[in-house]
Design a protein around this ligand. Structure first.
Ligand code: 5AD
Ligand code: SF4
Length: 440
């Protein structure tokens, strides 16, 4: 009998690294039942998945027009599934507004993809569903590095953020499962791991029904020590810590453990202590600057990246100047900056002193323009330096891309033979976004 060809899957992943890993998990789970092949052409797909993000309003409003387009171009009988944070947040409203959607699967229900696939108009968005010990199938976009969840959910109550409402309470994954997953990835060729959690320093506070297991690490620092003992694993990254919970023991581990890459994301959100209080971030401008100064002192070559929100309700010119002052003091190596976007279910959406859009827009432009100037200086200073680069991706024109230990994107001329190798590269050209160099 002729073999039936694999089904085709079109999957769009918006938002953060957590969503990227959720997409890998869904692909793995689908493949347990029958083989799927990825496609980037809607009209050939048997299944279309949109893994959504709800952190800002724009992608949410685009979702429904996108579903309309997918529905128009999809082939007869193909299914459309809406997954991720907007699925969690809107639930069956997705199907009410877009009846062409076949199922809705929340960010905390990823393991149930096969179940909803076969139930017409299924909606599974249970917020306290516990997937912390679920043994997901194996699938990774690349064998060279692995994303591994260490916590799911978020226990914080930042007043601007919808995530605790879409991903639920924070639960840590037992360290034995984390170590097993990383070991498997290393056996498959990965030399680098990216540990994922909404607040990685929250690790160890709460576990699911099975508990933490024997010899459980007490916190994130101990987890890092355990993970760094895995043979064959050479690089550890993590995303994201919370400035409030970066204690001295953690910073010391970060700075001195040779397997931990010297790249750290320290989300500022605002430089104004008054606004930080309204955001319920739990630290002041002073605390934040002190933590960053400590990182610079302990690990002078580390890159520090950040997230900033401008135009939070009540933000005055003076508050915004405080954010600019933190930028000048820390000189972030990378900055992701956003205009505040009121989100349903959040406290700040009810605050009355919303900042007019033109003012928020002008502040964002000012912040980004100054950061661009800083970036030129930061990157120019890399000229002639030598970085250890892990080569990950073949590019067109005989070029190959990799990441330096500090996370910088580096291009060299080279062939496939370099893929998966870690080599010293001398930087010969710099730009704001990336470095060029030659292998030495
Ligand atoms: N408006 C704008 N930006 C937001 N973020 C989270 N919630 C909002 C919001 N309501 C940003 C934060 C966070 C990043 C992932 O998205 O900076 O760190
Ligand atoms: Fe990730 Fe937050 Fe977007 Fe959810 S809302 S996908 S947690 S960035």
């Amino acid at each position: 009998m002729p073999k039936t060809p694999p089904k085709k899957l079109y999957i769009e992943t918006l938002g953060c690294a957590m969503n990227q890993r959720d997409s890998e998990h869904m692909i793995a789970e689908l493949n347990r039942e029958e083989p799927y092949e990825l496609t980037d052409q809607i009209n050939t797909a048997d299944l279309i998945l949109i893994n959504t993000c709800s952190v800002r309003e724009k992608p949410v409003s685009k979702l429904f027009s996108e579903i309309g387009i997918f529905n128009k171009h999809k082939k007869e009988g193909a299914k459309i599934g809406v997954c991720g944070c907007t699925a969690s947040h809107l639930g069956d409203e997705v199907i009410r507004r877009a009846p062409s959607v076949d199922f809705v699967l929340g960010a905390r229900n990823v393991s149930r993809i096969n179940e909803v696939l076969h139930r017409p108009h299924a909606v599974e968005v249970e917020i306290d569903y516990d997937e912390s010990t679920y043994a997901f199938g194996e699938y990774r976009n690349t064998p060279l590095k692995a994303m591994v969840n260490i916590t799911i959910g978020c226990d914080k109550s930042c007043t601007y953020c919808i995530v605790p409402h879409t991903r639920g309470e924070e639960v840590s994954i037992p360290h034995t499962l984390i170590v097993r997953e990383i070991t498997k990835a290393v056996e498959g060729g990965a030399r680098e791991v990216m540990l994922l959690g909404q607040n990685v320093n929250g690790y160890g506070r709460r576990f699911g029904a099975g508990g933490a297991g024997e010899d459980a690490p007490r916190d994130f620092t101990e987890l890092l020590q355990i993970i760094s003992r895995i043979d064959g694993l050479e690089r550890i990254r993590f995303q994201s810590p919370h400035p409030l919970h970066m204690d001295d023991a953690f910073l010391h581990e970060f700075a001195t453990n040779p397997k931990i890459c010297k790249q750290i994301h320290v989300p500022l959100q605002s430089g104004s202590t008054r606004i930080l209080r309204a955001m319920k971030r739990g630290y002041t401008q002073e605390n934040f600057l002190e933590r960053c100064a400590k990182i610079r002192h302990l690990a002078p070559d580390a890159t520090i990246s950040t997230d900033v929100i401008v135009g939070f309700p009540g933000e005055s010119e003076e508050d915004f100047d405080a954010t600019m002052a933190v930028l000048e003091a820390v000189r972030f190596d990378q900055m992701f900056s956003f205009k505040y976007s009121p989100r349903p279910l959040t406290e700040a959406a009810e605050f009355t002193a919303q900042v007019p859009d033109e003012i928020a827009g002008a502040r964002l432009r000012r912040l980004q323009a100054r950061h661009n100037e800083i970036l030129v200086e930061v990157m120019d200073a890399q000229m002639g330096r030598v970085h250890r680069v892990y080569f990950e991706e073949l590019k067109s024109g005989g070029r190959i891309a990799g990441r330096a230990d500090d996370g910088k994107l580096v291009f060299v001329e080279g062939s496939e033979a370099l893929l998966g190798q870690i080599r010293d590269v001398e930087i010969t050209h710099t730009s704001r976004a990336a470095l060029d160099g030659r292998v030495i």
